[in-house]
Design a binder for this molecule. Structure first.
Ligand SMILES: [Fe+2]
Ligand SMILES: [Fe+2]
Length: 153
């Protein structure tokens, strides 16, 4: 069977650094996908039904991000990780939202760095993928911030 990981040329499509960052991004996407889905389950029992549905919707989006990044890494001859970054569900509801705001800010920061590196490596496709994912992460960040602001009113 043809193995693109050992094929000459395939390994030169992206730097080791970029591939490592893509794997870190995958670990984060799996983390937040599980984190938000379990929070969705916990929120469902409380009187925040609209918010609970949104947690589920975002959890699914994060898993789609993981898939998209994994496909890109596989194309580069890398092996996508199956291990999530540390999952922080949180106990009390507002503690959960704080964890989520933090996770989204970390993603925004990391994906800007990946865009910069992809640009430096003359890789517009990876850059475009992360521009599109970044837009989603900013929407998520906005949702969690709005949820917290709503609490204060
Ligand atoms: Fe994501
Ligand atoms: Fe997100």
């Amino acid at each position: 069977m043809f193995d693109r990981r050992s094929a000459k040329g395939g390994s030169n499509l992206a730097s080791e650094k970029l591939k490592r960052m893509l794997n870190e991004a995958i670990a984060r996407e799996i983390q937040v996908s599980v984190q938000y889905m379990w929070q969705h389950v916990q929120w469902a029992g409380v009187d925040h039904f609209a918010a609970s549905d949104k947690f589920k919707e975002i959890a699914v989006e994060e898993m789609k991000h993981a898939e998209r990044i994994a496909e890109r890494l596989w194309y580069f001859g890398g092996v996508p990780t199956t291990k999530p970054a540390p999952i922080k569900v949180g106990g009390e509801l507002w503690e959960m939202v704080d964890n989520d705001i933090e996770a989204e800010l970390e993603a925004i920061d990391m994906y800007k760095k990946i865009q910069k590196l992809a640009h430096a490596e003359d890789d517009p496709t990876t850059r475009l993928i992360f521009m599109e994912i970044l837009e989603d992460e900013e929407d998520h960040h906005d949702f969690f911030i709005s949820l917290k602001e709503g609490k204060k009113k």
